[in-house]
Design a protein around this ligand. Structure first.
Ligand code: PHE
Length: 361
């Protein structure tokens, strides 16, 4: 009996010292296992006298129960400790900002964005869309627009000529403006006309405010009474809704284009001194459009009765408008194809700031 009590104490102290499940399992195997200490003692019980057998046998069974129970308790305890440490270690701070996985979404280029915005405005003013080719002939790009062969204005446009010759229509070239669409559209239809025509234009020119390829939006209104007042209203209404600002500083300057008479140029006040372009401040004027009353010779070239019909035309530099609205200091970066630039200046497809939804913050 003494012996069994001391075995019990010994095992219990071993169990108390075990500080992990593996150590505990080793104790269980060496004490309670088939070849363990207690089984061995039980085996010897058979050789004892019946009286001893009964007594010792029952105390060994009790020992077995006590040890089994102690091991179970200790296992539960170790498990609890393990869970508690895990809980402390893996504590979640719900007040931390969520970690959002950055997705590589594509972006809408500012030029496409601005084109949508402009089309929306002119659409709401009742304008239709017209289209013309990038590769033009001298006839549509110049002659039909009242710029005859020897006209000095031809030299003003640094034209990219192509080798193809179209006979009467002259040499092929990359159109230097979108104005040829005026003639192409009027030739095909009947007045009144009211349309815009966005597209690419090309001139051999490159600096902070010029790129060899750029985008323009041509506008034409021809009916029996369209006048200069309508033109002024249209330019101002368009600019203030495009820039979402009635205070926008616009300057209309007398100018010269062979295809309009009178002609004017449209400037917007801006500050170009810093790293971003600011609109409505500073002392720089950025030219954004040319405009005027359609020259009778252009109507005649388009088979329109210039005694009965008159109208106005304008051509906006789309990239310049994007530059001004979204503070892009150098025009050339629009076409540099730099993905980092696009990430910064581009728009998310589902986040298009339309007129209804306001400017992107
Ligand atoms: N085509 C002119 C330009 O390229 C702009 C313009 C369009 C001027 C229509 C008058 C009328 O600068």
């Amino acid at each position: 009996m003494e012996n069994i009590k001391s075995i019990e104490n010994e095992i219990i102290s071993k169990i108390e010292k075990a500080d992990n499940e593996r150590a505990l399992e080793e104790i269980r195997i060496s004490e309670l296992g088939k070849k363990g200490r207690i089984s061995n003692i039980l085996k010897k019980v058979g050789s004892l006298s019946p009286a001893e057998r009964k007594e010792i046998g029952s105390s060994i069974n009790t020992l077995k129960k006590i040890i089994t129970e102690k091991i179970r308790e200790k296992r539960d305890y170790l498990l609890k400790i393990e869970i508690d440490t895990k809980l402390i270690k893996e504590k979640i701070d719900v007040t931390l900002p969520a970690q959002i996985k950055q997705q590589n979404n594509g972006r809408i280029h500012p030029v496409s964005q601005v084109l949508d915005e402009i089309s929306e405005i002119f659409g709401s003013l009742g304008y239709e869309l017209a289209d013309g080719p990038d590769i033009e002939s001298e006839y549509y790009n110049f002659n039909a627009l009242n710029i005859p062969d020897s006209h000095p204005a031809r030299q003003m446009h640094d034209t990219f000529y192509l080798s193809k010759n179209n006979g009467k229509k002259g040499q092929s070239l990359l159109r230097t403006h979108t104005s040829p669409v005026q003639v192409r559209t009027m030739e095909k239809g009947k007045p009144p006309f009211k349309f815009i025509s966005p597209g690419r234009s090309y001139r051999a020119d490159s600096d902070q405010t010029h790129t060899p390829m750029f985008h323009m939006i041509e506008g034409l209104v021809v009916d029996e009474e369209a006048n200069l007042g309508h033109l002024k209203w249209t330019l101002e209404t368009f600019l203030s809704s495009f820039f979402e600002n009635n205070e926008i500083k616009v300057r209309l300057r007398p100018s010269y284009f062979p295809f309009t008479e009178p002609s004017l140029e449209v400037d917007v006040l801006c500050d170009r001194s810093g790293s971003t372009l600011k609109i409505g401040e500073g002392s720089d004027w950025l030219e954004v459009a040319g405009a005027g009353m359609v020259h009778p010779n252009v109507l005649k070239a388009s088979n329109i009765d210039s005694k009965k019909y008159q109208g106005f035309a304008f051509g906006f530099g789309l990239d310049r408008l994007a530059q001004l609205k979204y503070g892009i200091p150098d025009l050339r970066t629009l076409f540099s194809g730099d993905i980092r630039w696009l990430k910064h200046y581009g728009f998310l497809a589902l986040d298009i700031p339309t007129l209804a939804r306001g400017l992107k913050k």
